[in-house]
Structure formats: structure tokens, C-alpha cells
Design a binder for this molecule. Structure first.
Ligand code: HEM
Length: 165
């Protein structure tokens, strides 16, 4: 393997780590931490602390994903194997990724609501549940899961183009 190959391997690894940290962390918070803390006396304090620490992690992940994503895109698009379909899926992936990033970039100084505050904001009943299900964090996670699917699709499209199938 050439030095350029090693460099690209490092870039892919960092890109993957950024994705795992952000999407995996979001799944853990929404599916494990929130249900566990809900209604407990320490819910507010835990939510605030973990929210702050997770935001720091996400800030690093966003920078890593952005820089490594640009390098991977340039590498793929200049390889001579990028098809129109590849460019289309990559464009879609970038738009969805920017949607995820914008949530982080424009969050300003607002605090992550605790579980109790969030429930109060979205209300109760069927409509409240629906709104609750689509809080900003859930939306970012949904986008992240779709972006992961598109990343896999890109890999398949690229391999097919190389193999000429
Ligand atoms: C501006 C933002 C981004 C750009 C330009 C970008 C671009 C790319 C490119 C070009 C690839 C290589 C695809 C191939 O195999 O041909 C890739 C792979 C990948 N991307 Fe992104 N990406 C971005 C953001 C994200 C985000 C936000 C996530 C996760 C939520 C993500 C997750 C992945 C994963 C898991 C891979 C596969 C890595 C591997 O196994 O090699 N990307 N990305």
C-alpha cells in the first residue's frame, strides 16, 4: 500500500469513528438513558450534565466528519469511477448531513430540555406523543440513520463501478 492509501485509510477510519460516536451516542441517549432517567429525582441534573458532555463530543464529531467527508468526496470524485448515480446519492447524503450539522451550528446557547421539560412542551395525548416523537434530537438521529444507509449505498455503487457491473 502506498502512503496515499494509508492516508485514505486513516481518513475513512476517522470518518467512521465520527459517525459511530454521533449516531451511536444519540441512540444510547434516546433509547437507554432517557427512559432510565425519566421520572427519577436525579433526572434534571443527569440530563443537564450528559447533555453538555454529549454536545462537546458532537462538536468534535461534526468537525471530523466535515473535514474527512470533503477528503473522501474529492478522492472518490477524482478516481474516474464515480458514476452519475454515485454523484446523485453523494449529493443527497451531503444535503442530509448539512441538515444534521445545522442543528448543531444553530443551537446557539439554548439548553437541552430535560425529559420533564420536553414532555411539558410537546403536551400530552396522541398529538403530544407525535410531536414528542419528532423532537429535534430524534430528527437528527433519523437523518443520521438515513445518512448511514446512503454511505453504504455509495460503497456498493463505487464497487460496482470498479467491477464494471
Ligand atoms: C459534509 C458531510 C459529509 C460528506 C461530504 C461525506 C462524504 C462521504 C464519502 C465520499 C464517503 C465514501 C463513500 C464511498 O464508499 O464511496 C463517506 C462514507 C461514509 N460516511 Fe460520510 N460524509 C459526510 C457526512 C457524514 C455523516 C454526518 C455521517 C454519519 C452520520 C457519515 C457516515 C459515513 C459512513 C459510516 C461512511 C462509510 C465509511 C467507511 O466505512 O469507509 N458521513 N462519506
Amino acid at each position: 500500500m502506498s502512503i496515499a492509501d494509508w492516508f485514505l485509510l486513516l481518513v475513512r477510519w476517522l470518518h467512521l469513528l465520527g459517525a459511530v460516536a454521533w449516531v451511536g451516542g444519540s441512540i444510547f441517549i434516546l433509547a437507554v438513558l432517557r427512559p432510565t432517567l425519566q421520572g427519577s429525582s436525579q433526572e434534571a441534573a443527569f440530563s443537564r450534565t450528559t447533555g453538555r458532555e454529549f454536545r462537546n463530543l458532537v462538536d468534535v464529531a461534526v468537525s471530523v466528519l466535515l473535514v474527512t467527508g470533503v477528503i473522501l468526496s474529492v478522492s472518490r470524485l477524482t478516481s474516474g469511477h464515480a458514476t452519475v448515480a454515485y454523484g446523485f446519492v453523494l449529493g443527497l447524503k451531503i444535503i442530509l448531513a448539512l441538515g444534521m450539522f445545522s442543528h448543531v451550528w444553530f443551537r446557539g446557547r439554548r439548553q437541552t430540555p430535560t425529559v420533564n421539560q420536553e414532555s411539558a412542551t410537546v403536551g400530552s395525548g396522541p398529538m403530544g406523543n407525535l410531536r414528542g416523537a419528532f423532537t429535534a434530537n430524534s430528527l437528527v438521529l433519523a437523518l443520521g440513520i438515513i445518512v448511514l444507509l446512503l454511505a453504504d449505498l455509495l460503497g456498493v455503487l463505487f464497487e460496482n463501478a470498479i467491477g464494471g457491473t
